[in-house]
Design a protein around this ligand. Structure first.
Ligand code: NAP
Length: 257
């Protein structure tokens, strides 16, 4: 599959965080199907091994690295291993996020706020700081941050998480401006409700799911693959004139004009 020389990401090397499940795994798979060599990662070695085995069985060019994005040595090792195995890095998809609390923004304890902002925002910046010099060596490439529909319309019970995802829209703009001169494009994807472990409670509790679905004009929650195609597009030359932008994929949910 990945040996076809005419695919849009042939020869590119993509590092995807939190890519052993859900949206990250789907994005990794799609980048691989589109021809990239993909570095799979997440905190737990058994998850990394399982995802690598699964994607290799599909004929994709992948390797796995254990990486908790909040650990400095793990972040560094992630890129070191990518360079060692595949010779460089062209693409970063920063997908890891946490939401350890359910509640309004004013009810979020300071230490929980710090954790959310550390993983969702600061670690995305720190991963970019490692990726940019490597992508620069390749004379260009792409970074994609995974935000959320909640970045535009804060979810009442995901207060702090929503604000952290809004911050990623700003990070996208700021980083994109700084690296545009290096031919590095930086964009953001804001998914709506997608069926993954992260959204288990919402999707598997019929009363909550029915309420959520009412707010989705397409009348259903999304699938991880429906985010993956957008990620791959933004990493490819098809998006060569797009940078600093945020794209909502949320079945028509209210976001902005
Ligand atoms: P998911 O299916 O629950 O998958 C989470 C993945 O993250 C797993 O591979 C997990 O593996 C890994 N992970 C968790 N903490 C990590 C950390 N600190 N460092 C590295 N990897 C970590 O999640 P998802 O729904 O696909 O969410 C992915 C992204 O989409 C997140 O940024 C989320 O905010 C965003 N999003 C999701 C939805 C939705 O409805 N699902 C909507 C909007 C935005 P390990 O346990 O092995 O670490």
């Amino acid at each position: 599959m990945a040996t076809d020389g005419n695919k849009k990401l042939t020869g590119k090397v993509a590092v995807v965080t939190a890519s052993t499940e859900g949206i990250g795994l789907a994005a990794a798979r799609r980048l691989g199907e589109d021809g990239a060599h993909v570095v799979i990662s997440s905190r737990k070695k058994e998850n990394v091994d399982r995802a690598v085995t699964e994607l290799q069985a599909e004929g994709l060019s992948v390797m796995g690295v254990t990486c908790h994005v909040a650990k400095e040595e793990d972040r560094k090792n992630l890129f070191d291993k990518a360079v060692e195995k595949f010779g460089g890095v062209d693409i970063l998809v920063s997908n890891a996020a946490v939401n350890p609390v359910v509640g309004g923004v004013l009810d979020c304890p300071g230490e929980v706020w710090d954790k959310i902002f550390e993983v969702n925002v600061k670690n995305s910046l720190q991963l970019s700081q490692l990726a940019v010099p490597l992508i620069r060596q390749r004379k260009g490439g792409a970074i994609v941050y995974i935000s959320s529909i909640a970045a535009f319309q804060p979810a009442v019970l995901l207060g702090a998480y929503s604000v952290s995802k809004t911050a990623l829209l700003g990070l996208t703009k700021a980083v994109s401006q700084q690296v545009a001169c290096d031919n590095i494009r930086v964009n953001c994807v804001a998914p709506g409700f997608i069926k993954t472990k992260f959204s288990d409670l919402i999707v598997n509790t019929p009363e909550i799911r029915d309420k959520v679905v009412e707010a989705i004009p397409l009348n259903r929650v999304g699938k991880p693959e429906e985010i993956a195609g957008l990620v791959s597009f933004l990493c490819s030359d098809d998006a060569s004139y797009i940078t600093g932008e945020s794209f909502v994929a949320a079945g028509g949910m209210q976001s902005r004009l």
